[in-house]
Each structure stands twice: as structure tokens, then as C-alpha cells.
Write a protein that binds this ligand. Structure first.
Ligand code: FAD
Length: 518
């Protein structure tokens, strides 16, 4: 009997020791008493992975990373921090494809949203409903950790697809809904944030709330494009439309920026059947400078021979403008497309067209990514700059930034996008004009350290806009001071601040955006 007691005693002791884990002084030890404790990791290899992002420009180490099994873990974590006398920051991390540390939490907890896509939730994270007789009510209920590419595959099984996209599909639904989610379809349907019917959100008070334009509408509008400041989105009801089977995808080239922008503005004027014409489904311009196709993840359209010919045709500033358009179809597209492109001023013999499946069109930049990955050119610093420029000043921007500042850089790597959008479809922070241009300077460094000159170039472009009085707004910004944020939001700042006080009064959420400090 003595040996049995001894054995029991030893086994109890082992079980207590097993439960004792190394812990960090940065977080309250009471966190360990929560059910989620086993899914909280403080190991340096794990916190280090969550300390940086796609941009590779900043490194902010969290105290711990939570791999939630279900949304109860997220509710419990936020509620704990909210009720704690020393609240700590909590950042949802989707795919970590921000570029300036927006998904980090200094000394706080990063919630790895992707781990919600686990066996526990298997099969229940994308549910398509097309039971309504009206196409306007077809939707998918999607877990916000899902990648858009997976949403596409799941909805296509029902012959449906979301209406609005980003160029790149390996981003999470929660990540893009926290910003806007824009691409060449935005002129027609608005950004992704304009195509959501309802969401489940865990607020900064740790309350799980369902919101929509009809119910808890303030939270709904705060969270969409809200930079993660008001709640962690756990589910979004995304608007769907019947998916086409094919896409006619066309590239037109221009010498002249005035013709290039005039044609883009003309093409986006046919949106949603205006003037009785259905119009194009996608319009996205870009610059062709001295980029090599080898380091541009969007250049898969042209063959290497075409590429050399095109580069040799650049204007006196070394620039050619490329207009990429697409028309979705099932049976016949020639007549309609011809009518739409009639009268445009592109270089006549430089028209490239191909027919691709809808899925290949939407996932068009993936092959470029894989190519760059294989060459070790994907995981390098990306000091990206995204701007919205009012239409009335786009020619000035072209002269000063493209033909001026960028021209001095004789080694451009990465795409430079220039395409217009309609104000009436957009609810994010944008310039005060009906039409504005989205400019994406998506440049990358050639190695792990060689990026400072690109940051200097960005600063020079911003300084130029300020001096020239071009009232730009940044997309995906990361400002350092409160004054810059106040200026960014302009008249929307007071509402933004009031909503923060209401939904996340202890400034727990998404501290990596740097909008509020705890
Ligand atoms: P993360 O970087 O993980 O998070 C971004 C922010 O959202 C953080 O503040 C985070 O805390 C918060 N967040 C994440 N998930 C949630 C959630 N569920 N609830 C609340 N807050 C959350 N953008 C476009 O608009 N159009 C494009 O075409 C486009 N193309 C891109 C291509 C590439 C290669 C890359 C790297 C980025 C691109 N982006 C584009 C930018 C991208 O949309 C944003 O950076 C987006 O935030 C990335 O999604 P993510 O899942 O990686 O988010």
C-alpha cells in the first residue's frame, strides 16, 4: 500500500509540474488560469514569427501568440484584457500581409486568426446561401480567417462568386475588410467593404455582437475599413453574384498619360448599366518603366519578346502606360467589347488579348508570386506607398512623381498601378472628388537591406504632393503621430475617436496601426 501511495503522489506531482510552463512577466499570470492558456505561446521562435510582416520593414515583438481554437478563445482573451487593471494590446493577424507592422502588438498578444481554420471548425467556415429568389440576397457566411482564394473556390461550387476583389487573393477576409479591399472591379462594385451584409464582431470590451446596416449599424460601419480598431471580425456575410465562366482580358498601351487617363475615366463611366451599357468588369492601369519582367509579379501577360518590344517603345520619359481591362462572359463577347473599346486612343498595333477562365483571371498574380518565391525575390523588404489622388491633379502627379521623381530611379522592381475609382462607391478615407485615382507604388528592394532609397523616394513623393497642394489620401498608411492621423481622417476623425471610446475604450485592439496609444 505504501508503494501505491508513493506512486500516486509522484504522478500528482508530475501533473502539477506539467502544468507549470515558463511564463512572461509582460502578461498577467492569471491568464494561465483561462481555458485558452494551452493555446497561448511565448516561445521566442513563435513570437518572432509574429513580430514582422510582408513589408519586412519593422520588427515588434509580442509577449505571446494565441492560436485560437474557436471564437470563445478570442472573446475570453479580449474580455480578460479589458477587465484587467493593466490591459494589454491584442492584434488579430490574418496573413500578416501588411507592410508596416499593422498586425503586431508590442508586448501584447497577437491572435493568429488562421488557426480558426482547424478540424474543430471544419466545413463550417464558408457557407453559401442562394435560397433567396433574388440574386441581390445571395451570400456566403465566411470565417474572417479565410483566404479570398478559398472563398472563391467554395462559392464557385455553387456557380457564384463575390463581386469585388483584391488583385492578390492570398489575403484574409478580416485583413482586407479592415482596410477596404480594392482592385480594378472597385469602380463598378465599390471596394470589398461595400459588399458586406452582416458581420460578427468581438469588440474591445470582449462582447460578441452581430451587426449589419439594420442592426448595431454604428459598429458595422465602424469596423468596415476601421483598421482593426473597434473589434475583431469573426464572420462576414459577403454579397455574391452569378459567376461567369470566361474572361476576355485585354492590354492596351499608351504613350500619352492624358489619353491613358481620359480613356480610363471614359471606361469607368459605364458602371452598373449607366447609359444602358453594361460596361467592363475590370479596369486597371499601370506604368511600364524599365522594370524587368523577372521582378514584377504582375507581368505574366506578355511574352519575353513582347516585353522587349514594348520597353523599346517607351516615350521620351522612358515610360509607357498599360491599360488592362476585362469583360466577363459565358458565350459571346466580341461585339460588346469592340463597342466599348471603340474610339479609345491606345497605340493601334499594341493590343494584346487573351481568353482565360474566370478563376485564372482572378488568381492572375499568383504565378508571378511563385516565380519570385523560387528566385528568393518575394521575402524581401517592400516599402510600398499607396495613394488616392484626386482626378483634377492626376496630370500634376504624373509630371512630378512619375516623370520626375521615379524617373531618377533606374532600377524599378515591382508594379506601379494607376487606376480610377468612383467616390459614390467608396466609404473609406478618400479625396474630396467624384473620381480619384488609386496609385500603388508596389516596389521591392533587391536584397534584404537595400530599401532605404525606396523610402526616401516615397518621402520625396509625399513632399512633392504637399508642396504642389495635391490633396492625396494614403491607403494602408502607418503614421507616427496623432496629428498625422487627425489630418488623414479630416472631418471623419471625431467620429472615429468617439467610436473608439465606445467599442474599444481601453485601446486594446490593433495597436500596430499606431492610431491610439493605450
Ligand atoms: P494582416 O496584415 O494580418 O492585418 C491587417 C490589419 O487588419 C491589422 O491591423 C490586423 O490587426 C487587422 N485584422 C486582421 N484580421 C482581422 C480581423 N479578422 N478583424 C479585425 N481586424 C483584423 N490590398 C488591396 O486593397 N488590394 C490589393 O490588390 C492588394 N494586393 C496586395 C498584394 C500583396 C502581395 C500584399 C502583400 C498586400 C496586398 N494588399 C492589397 C494589401 C492588403 O489588403 C492588406 O495589407 C491586408 O490587410 C492584408 O490582409 P492580411 O490578412 O494579411 O491582414
Amino acid at each position: 500500500p505504501l508503494s501505491i501511495v508513493l506512486l500516486l503522489f509522484i504522478s500528482c506531482l508530475m501533473s502539477i509540474i506539467g502544468k507549470l510552463r515558463p511564463w512572461t512577466s509582460l502578461l498577467p499570470p492569471e491568464l494561465l488560469s483561462l481555458d485558452l492558456a494551452t493555446r497561448l505561446h511565448i516561445d521566442p521562435e513563435i513570437t518572432s514569427l509574429a513580430s514582422t510582416d510582408f513589408g519586412k520593414l519593422v520588427r515588434v515583438i509580442p509577449a505571446a501568440v494565441l492560436y485560437p481554437l474557436s471564437l470563445d478563445d478570442i472573446v475570453a482573451l479580449i474580455r480578460f484584457s479589458f477587465r484587467s487593471s493593466v490591459p494589454f494590446g491584442i492584434a488579430a493577424r490574418g496573413r500578416g500581409h501588411s507592410v508596416r507592422g499593422q498586425a503586431t502588438a508590442h508586448k501584447g498578444v497577437v491572435v493568429d486568426m488562421r488557426s480558426l481554420d482547424n478540424d474543430h471548425n471544419n466545413g463550417s467556415r464558408i457557407i453559401v446561401d442562394r435560397s433567396s429568389p433574388s440574386v441581390n440576397n445571395w451570400y456566403a457566411d465566411v470565417g474572417c480567417e479565410q483566404l479570398w482564394v478559398d472563398v472563391l473556390h467554395a462559392t464557385l461550387e455553387h456557380g457564384l462568386a463575390p463581386r469585388s476583389w483584391t488583385d492578390y487573393l492570398y489575403l484574409t477576409v478580416g485583413g482586407t475588410l479592415s482596410n477596404a479591399g480594392i482592385s480594378g472591379q472597385s469602380f463598378r462594385h465599390g471596394p470589398q467593404i461595400s459588399n458586406v451584409y452582416e458581420m460578427d464582431v468581438v469588440t474591445g470590451r470582449g462582447e460578441l455582437v452581430t451587426c449589419s446596416p439594420q442592426t448595431n449599424s454604428e459598429l458595422f460601419y465602424a469596423v468596415l475599413g476601421g483598421l482593426g480598431q473597434f473589434g475583431i471580425i469573426t464572420r462576414a456575410r459577403i454579397a455574391l453574384e452569378p459567376a461567369p465562366t470566361k474572361v476576355r482580358w485585354v492590354r492596351l498601351l499608351y504613350h500619352d498619360f492624358i489619353a491613358f487617363t481620359r480613356d480610363q475615366e471614359h471606361l469607368i463611366s459605364f458602371n452598373n448599366g449607366s447609359e444602358g451599357i453594361k460596361g467592363l468588369d475590370y479596369v486597371e492601369g499601370s506604368l511600364v518603366m524599365n522594370q524587368s519582367p523577372a521582378n514584377n509579379w504582375r507581368s505574366s501577360f506578355f511574352s519575353p519578346d513582347d516585353h522587349s518590344r514594348i520597353i523599346s517603345l517607351a516615350n521620351e520619359h522612358g515610360i509607357l502606360y498599360s491599360l488592362e481591362v476585362a469583360k466577363y462572359y459565358d458565350d459571346e463577347v466580341d461585339g460588346e467589347l469592340e463597342a466599348l473599346l471603340k474610339g479609345l486612343s491606345f497605340i493601334p498595333d499594341l493590343i494584346f488579348a487573351k481568353d482565360v477562365s474566370y478563376i485564372d483571371f482572378l488568381n492572375r498574380v499568383r504565378s508571378g508570386e511563385l516565380e519570385l518565391q523560387s528566385q528568393g525575390l518575394w521575402d524581401v523588404p517592400h516599402p510600398w506607398l499607396n495613394l488616392f489622388v484626386p482626378k483634377s491633379r492626376i496630370l500634376d502627379f504624373d509630371s512630378g512623381a512619375f516623370k520626375g521623381i521615379l524617373r531618377q530611379n533606374n532600377k524599378i522592381s515591382g508594379p506601379i498601378l494607376v487606376y480610377p475609382m468612383n467616390r459614390n462607391k467608396m466609404s473609406a478615407v478618400i479625396p474630396e472628388e467624384d473620381i480619384f485615382y488609386s496609385i500603388g507604388l508596389l516596389l521591392q528592394s533587391s536584397g534584404t537591406h537595400d530599401w532605404e532609397h525606396l523610402e526616401e523616394q516615397n518621402t520625396e513623393i509625399l513632399r512633392f504632393c504637399e508642396k504642389a497642394g495635391i490633396k492625396i489620401k494614403q491607403y494602408l498608411p502607418r503614421y507616427q503621430t496623432k496629428a498625422e492621423w487627425v489630418n488623414h481622417f479630416g472631418p471623419k476623425w471625431d467620429t472615429f475617436k468617439q467610436r473608439k471610446t465606445k467599442f474599444d475604450p481601453k485601446a486594446i485592439l490593433s495597436p500596430g496601426q499606431g492610431v491610439f496609444t493605450s
